[in-house]
Write a protein that binds this ligand. Structure first.
Ligand SMILES: O=C(O)C(=O)C[C@@H](O)[C@H](O)[C@H](O)COP(=O)(O)O
Length: 395
């Protein structure tokens, strides 16, 4: 489960309380500050992370640097243990050498007390290797990558695949947060995020919650197939490789969708296009993330859709291109157990396929009355793709 620590160090004074309240309200995993008294006011739902000054300079380690009463003594693990419970749950310390990392790890191994997390600034191969060692040894490793490339993060993620500790990456904004969570598919466990306002905390909370649902698919029974003549159909070409039992949900009515198969399975006269679903006529609805539908006519490059598996699992996929072409069309009518009618108009060709129970691949032109298809039934009516409770009859 992805999480964030809210970094209070750059929050403008007048915004501070609102940002703290937003972090608590949205149940952010952690709050990081230099002020132990402020951290002490936070509820136990939040991990309170004390940082002695700026992690990049780590005041407690710099000769002549000003020490606060909170960080005094935080330099050695023994004294850190003595301050456990003094208003923070985790102490974040910078490490720049293997010796410093070993000292942090040894302090954590000593019984009791506050865990110490490590902060490291990765700017070359040496610090990259040290960050990998930190990720394996510490309960939390916070990494700042000096360069904009995400390749070093990939390397740390791969090196720390079996680590028990959590890896956090510093990000500058929400755009970077979204990228960091997707690196090497699974992404960084967490991020250290420096909001300026409470609104930015709320926006981060929405990003953290952005998962796609498990859908309960219905078994539909084919009533009829009918050749309806020439029309325009859309091939949806995504930027993802579909699984064999995956497709997208498409239907003529907002209340019911059929699971259209991707072109992952071989066909005699055409190479596979495992990124494509030959989806249906351009008036059709397709179900996307956050319970929003789109018309196939408005699906295009950059549009997010839901890839749906025969077992109801879903994932967000992005459209790379939509291909609209005129082809003969076929209307498939099917009904749910309770009689609800579902209609789908697709290209009238043996090559075009839908999925049945268990991920069975069915050529549309060979469907017969009584055949079973996988579909999804919805109770929402739609206005501009959004669910709405209004009277709307579709036929
Ligand atoms: O309509 C056709 O023509 C088809 O062959 C069906 C499509 O699903 C097929 O994938 C597509 O047209 C192939 O076109 P291409 O441009 O990807 O070669």
């Amino acid at each position: 489960m992805r999480f964030a620590w809210i970094d209070l160090r750059e929050v403008p004074g007048p915004q501070l309380q609102a940002v703290v309240d937003a972090a608590v309200h949205t149940r952010m995993a952690g709050v990081l500050a230099t002020d132990a008294e402020l951290l002490a006011t936070l509820p136990p739902t939040v991990t309170r992370v004390l940082i002695p000054g700026n992690p990049a300079t780590d005041t407690a380690k710099k000769p002549g640097a000003k020490e606060t009463k909170e960080t005094k003594g935080a330099d050695d693990s023994k004294q850190t243990k003595a301050t456990a419970g003094a208003g923070w749950d985790v102490l974040l310390r910078t490490f720049t050498t293997q010796d410093e990392l070993d000292a942090l790890a040894a302090g954590n191994r000593a019984a009791g007390g506050t865990p110490t997390a490590g902060f490291i600034d990765v700017r070359d191969d040496r610090t990259l290797r040290l960050s990998c060692a930190g990720a394996m040894a510490l309960p939390y490793t916070v990494i700042h990558f000096a360069d904009p490339t995400k390749i070093p993060l990939e390397i740390v993620l791969a090196a720390a695949e079996s680590a028990e500790g959590k890896l956090l990456t510093t990000v500058a904004d929400l755009e970077e947060a979204a990228i960091v969570f997707d690196v090497l598919e699974r992404g960084s466990d967490g991020i250290l995020y420096p909001p300026r306002t409470a609104d930015e905390v709320f926006a981060l909370a929405r990003l953290l919650e952005a998962t796609t649902p498990q859908l309960e698919l219905a078994t539909l029974t084919v009533e009829s197939i009918q050749h309806v003549g020439l029309g325009d159909r859309v091939c949806v070409d995504t930027c993802s490789h579909f699984e064999e039992d995956e497709g997208i949900l498409v239907g003529s009515y907002s209340s019911g969708f059929i699971l259209c198969c991707s072109e992952t399975h071989p066909l005699p006269y055409m190479p596979t296009r495992p990124f494509r679903v030959n989806a249906g006529a351009l008036h059709s609805y397709t179900l996307g993330p956050e319970n929003r539908t789109s018309y196939l006519s408005e699906v295009g490059s950059g549009h997010a859709l839901l890839a749906v598996g025969a077992d109801g699992r879903t994932r967000r996929v992005v459209v790379g291109r939509a291909k609209l072409e005129s082809r003969p069309l076929l209307e498939i009518r099917a009904h749910a157990e309770d009689g609800q009618l579902v209609s789908l108009t697709v290209q009238d060709d043996w090559h075009v396929r839908v999925l049945g129970p268990g991920g069975k691949v069915l050529n549309v032109t060979e469907l017969r009355t009584g055949d079973e298809l996988l579909g999804y039934l919805a109770t929402d009516k739609r206005h501009v793709g959004l669910p709405i409770g209004e009277f709307c009859k579709e036929s």
